[in-house]
Design a protein around this ligand. Structure first.
Ligand code: MSP
Length: 650
């Protein structure tokens, strides 16, 4: 059977400054739904990217004394880094400065012009550079500020190409009425219907007073208006006019996720561009609410933006994602506060889920020497737990289909709480006292382990790291058939007899009294003072002297050969030239490198490490690599310039 395709997009972000938690919100939501659809077996295409042209970016670059492309390159690399840290699983990242996009924009602009729906005229009116939006006097009312961002607008008077939007108003209204799902949630749909009914004016779709944009192919004094350029990204990425097979596969998009202030661009301008070009319309535009602070909207000028990277460093990626998806109903506005984030960590993650895991593995460890027991005697209460597991699966599916992330997580956490309550009700510590309690104890602990396995599947779309941490402790990290959505349809897929591996708490509680102190910025004097107070012994801990460092013989080594180790899927056997001789190194890097790509590489090796036997093979040194928290990414340390093998590191 052919897999269902699912094409989802985020807005493409302006690389005018670093992104904040509000931007992360949209992308994390898109990631959660993408991961969920992949779990269901869909062929997902998840697109995000950057909207790099326009007056706003050009001015920002000027202020920074840089060329626009240099300026955006820097911000874009930071955006990509942020998405990496948030474990965003996008399939494509589009930049509007790429050639593939320029071609499509020029083509579609010309096509619409040839059909007569783009014409040349003169624009005179107001423009908001921040929102890159044109406003009529009627829309501005008295105050002249932008109706969206409230910043001052500028008077613009220039020759422009216009897009005959007015011609399509009735067709668009008809489409919206016939497709009730097209604009979601329904409150936004009603807003848009009244907006269109109040009358559509033709839209100015080119600018001449600056040049940071895609030139109109037949009149290069003009650059294409940035929203016309930006919206087109959604078809560029799936190969419009360039890869018909891909385009036919993924277009129309299943959902464009956007913030509420840009619903108008996506449900009025974008569908009319598509209608004029003779392209099918997207199936759904979902306008989510805003994350705001007690002090109002986040903005650079107010200096109140929340940096997601700081939160990830402080609380971990799972906690940040959980909070974003759980705290606020997706369509509505909601308040962000660090206090609420810490509360969620302590109550839902540490107390509920974290404790369920530690209690379960501790009891399996204590009563069954770490082996998951086989279920024996059952009671009604077990059936209740199993029934709730099945219901949770269905509810999660329903909620995720409607993009109700918070409802999905609330329902999963109801099951987490039920499982904790199951421990209190079945009192395993009392069952353990008598030999006659053993058969029942076996069932209880098996059920708890199975409940945890089911939870790992349910939360996989939302939390990228915790599921693996839990499965490691349950001893089923590698059993991929136990991770599928299908595997939670029936209770009891977890095999008994598996050896668990008790570990650290996966969500340590945040000490709120201590945390407050740490968040407060320390002055340099405070820091110095603290350092001086530390005892010398403490200072020595974790610190190496230069003599100790000198004992370690790190060398640049050229990889001469690399081979897989039969029956050890993670290991590679390397022959490396360390200057004076060739050494054999066995290392667990097979998931990250193909043997052939290593040959010729210059890596860094610690050569005077005591040789060790790995899988029966002698390893005469250790190579250096960097990897992330859960070992899902790894990169070898190399040298940035060509240098002879054997050179020591100094
Ligand atoms: N470049 C345009 C989008 C073009 S799409 C063809 C743009 N970029 S943006 O960087 O300003 O905003 C991108 C998204 O971030 C929007 O959906 C916006 O709603 C979202 N958010 C920005 N701040 C936000 C919050 N504080 N809360 C939630 N989302 C917010 O618009």
């Amino acid at each position: 059977m052919e897999r269902e395709k699912f094409y989802i997009t985020t807005p493409i972000y302006y690389p005018s400054s670093d992104l904040h938690i509000g931007h992360a919100y949209t992308t994390v939501a898109a990631d959660a739904i993408s991961r969920f659809k992949r779990q269901l077996g869909s062929d997902v295409y998840f697109l995000t990217g950057t909207d790099e042209h326009g007056q706003k970016i050009q001015r920002k670059a000027q202020e920074a004394g840089q060329e626009p492309i240099e300026f955006v390159d820097e911000v874009v690399s930071k955006i990509k880094y942020l998405w990496d840290r948030l474990y965003i699983s996008n399939d494509d990242f589009i930049r509007t400065t790429e050639d593939r996009h320029k071609e499509v924009v020029q083509k579609i602009f010309k096509d619409i012009y040839d059909k007569g729906d783009i014409y040349k005229d003169y624009y005179e009116g107001w423009y908001c550079v921040q929102c890159e939006a044109f406003w009529s006097q009627r829309q501005l009312k008295e105050e002249q500020g932008c109706p969206d961002c409230k910043r001052p607008t500028e008077w613009v008077k220039e020759e422009s190409y216009f897009f005959r939007m007015s011609k399509y108003a009735d067709r668009l209204l008809d489409y919206i009425e016939k497709n009730p799902d097209f604009i979601q949630p329904s409150s936004r749909r009603n807003e848009m219907i009244s907006f269109i009914k109040s009358g559509l004016e033709d839209l100015c779709v080119s600018r001449t007073t600056f040049d940071w944009g895609i030139p109109v192919s037949f009149d290069d004094k003009h650059v294409v208006y940035v929203w016309f350029d930006a919206l087109t990204n959604y078809i560029t990425a799936v190969g419009y006019g360039q890869d018909n097979e891909k385009f036919d596969r993924y277009w129309p998009a299943d959902v464009h996720l956007v913030g509420k202030e840009i619903v108008r661009f996506h449900t009025v301008i974008w569908p009319i561009i598509l209608m004029a070009a003779g392209i099918e319309l997207p199936k759904k535009v979902f306008g989510h609410g805003w994350l705001v602070l007690e002090s109002g909207k986040m903005s650079k000028s107010k200096g109140n933006v929340i940096d997601p990277l700081i939160l990830i460093d402080k609380y971990g990626v799972d906690a940040v994602r959980y909070y974003l998806l759980r705290e606020v109903a997706f369509g509505s506005d909601g308040y962000y506060s660090e206090e609420a984030l810490v509360n969620r960590i302590n109550s839902d993650l540490a107390n509920d889920l974290g404790n369920l895991l530690s209690r379960t593995v501790a009891m399996i460890d204590k009563y069954f020497e770490g082996t998951i027991p086989e279920p024996k005697e059952t009671e009604d209460i077990d059936e209740e737990l199993k029934k709730l597991a099945a219901e949770t699966k269905t509810e999660t599916e329903k909620a995720m289909e409607k993009l109700e992330f918070s409802t999905a997580l609330a329902s999963i956490w109801k099951f987490v709480s039920r499982s904790n309550k199951y421990i209190d009700e079945t009192t395993p510590w009392i069952l353990a006292k008598e030999e006659s309690g053993r058969p029942r104890l076996q069932t209880v602990l098996y059920n708890l382990a199975e409940a945890l396995r089911i939870i790992t599947v349910l939360i996989s779309a939302h939390l990228p790291l915790a599921p693996l941490k839990i499965r490691r402790q349950l001893g089923i990290a590698k059993e991929s058939d136990l991770l599928t959505w299908e595997s939670i349809s029936t209770w009891g897929a977890l095999p008994a007899g598996v050896q668990i591996s008790k570990g650290e708490p996966i969500f340590p509680r945040i000490d709120t009294t201590k945390d407050k102190k740490e968040t407060k910025k320390e002055s340099a004097e405070e820091k110095e003072g603290k350092k001086a107070k530390k005892g010398s012994k403490e200072q020595e801990e974790g610190i190496v002297t230069i003599d100790e460092f000198k004992k370690m013989d790190f060398r640049v080594a050229k990889v001469l050969e690399a081979q897989r180790v039969p029956k050890a899927e993670k290991l590679l056997k390397l022959k490396v030239d360390v200057g004076d001789k060739v050494r054999q190194i066995v290392s667990g890097i097979a998931p990250f490198y193909q043997p052939e790509e290593l040959v010729g590489m210059r890596i860094i090796v610690l050569v005077n490490l005591k040789p060790a036997k790995i899988f029966g093979l002698e390893s005469q040194g250790m190579l250096l690599a960097a990897s992330n928290e859960d070992d899902s990414h790894l990169t070898l340390a190399t040298t940035d310039k060509d240098i002879k093998s054997g050179y020591p590191l100094t």
